[in-house]
Design a protein around this ligand. Structure first.
Ligand code: CDP
Ligand code: CDP
Length: 212
């Protein structure tokens, strides 16, 4: 690898951005940060402390004293936590409290791969390579359905599709750092792509950007 490289990967729930970002981090030998986990940790801490998930003052206190250690990833991946994470993620104080650690991660010497909702627009607007990963709500619901079944979490396809539509609306509709493609992002629709095909397409895009 030659030179520093930051890759920003954004997209809606279950679009495949995490899988893609992990694969790109291995391909380019770059550290990877799943920024959705940060919002999921805040949501987990809120629920564990017995707060109403809409209590913005409590969320702000939690972010201020936030320690990433002590959260097991298995406790963060459930359906309920994704939903709760999107509620706290709409709070400006929560977003503000998490910006610095994300920017510090991206500032590492070799560069980094980050995935989330606002990496290309807010966290790393200078990143040379930005991907906006999408897929139809039905394809995303089918992927999430399979994933949750694998974790032993029972849910119907229709229930998950409704979750995904609600989360899309909340993430795209909020005023602070809404989910949207950066102007210079390349949109990658993975609806009809396998993981391998999506990775190959993404590598072509990133290589073109780093030369350009
Ligand atoms: O994996 P999935 O796309 O379902 O969720 P996630 O990436 O773990 O994100 C959970 C929630 O955190 C999202 O619905 C967003 O509301 C929020 N989030 C955000 O606002 N900004 C980010 N950079 C990452 C996640
Ligand atoms: O991070 P995000 O919520 O966007 O999605 P993910 O956690 O990467 O999950 C996407 C799921 O869809 C995984 O089970 C992948 O194996 C599968 N998938 C994919 O990521 N990309 C494709 N082109 C096809 C399937």
């Amino acid at each position: 690898r030659s030179g520093r490289l930051v890759i920003a990967v954004d997209g809606p729930a279950a679009s495949g951005k995490g899988t893609l970002a992990r694969r790109l981090s291995a391909h380019y030998g770059l550290p990877y940060l799943d920024t959705g986990l940060l919002y999921r940790m805040v949501a987990r801490a809120m629920l564990d402390a017995g707060h109403d998930i809409r209590d913005a003052a409590a969320a702000e206190r939690i972010v201020a004293s936030f320690d990433q250690a002590g959260f097991a990833e298995e406790t963060l991946r459930g359906r309920e936590i994704g939903e709760a994470a999107s509620v706290v993620a709409a709070m400006p104080a929560v977003r503000k409290g998490l910006i610095e650690r994300q920017r510090a991660f991206a500032a590492q010497d070799e560069g980094a791969v980050l995935d989330g909702r606002d990496i290309g627009t807010v966290i790393c607007p200078e990143a040379p390579a930005k991907l906006f990963v999408t897929a139809t709500p039905e394809v995303r619901a089918a992927r999430r359905h399979r994933e949750l079944a694998g974790r032993g979490e029972a849910a119907t396809f229709e229930g998950i599709l409704a979750d995904i539509r609600r989360r899309d609306a909340r993430d795209s509709g909020r005023s602070d750092a809404p989910l949207k493609a950066a102007e210079d992002a390349v949109i990658l629709d993975t609806s009809a792509l396998t993981v391998e095909e999506a990775v190959a397409a993404a590598v072509t895009i990133v290589n073109a950007r780093r030369r350009g």
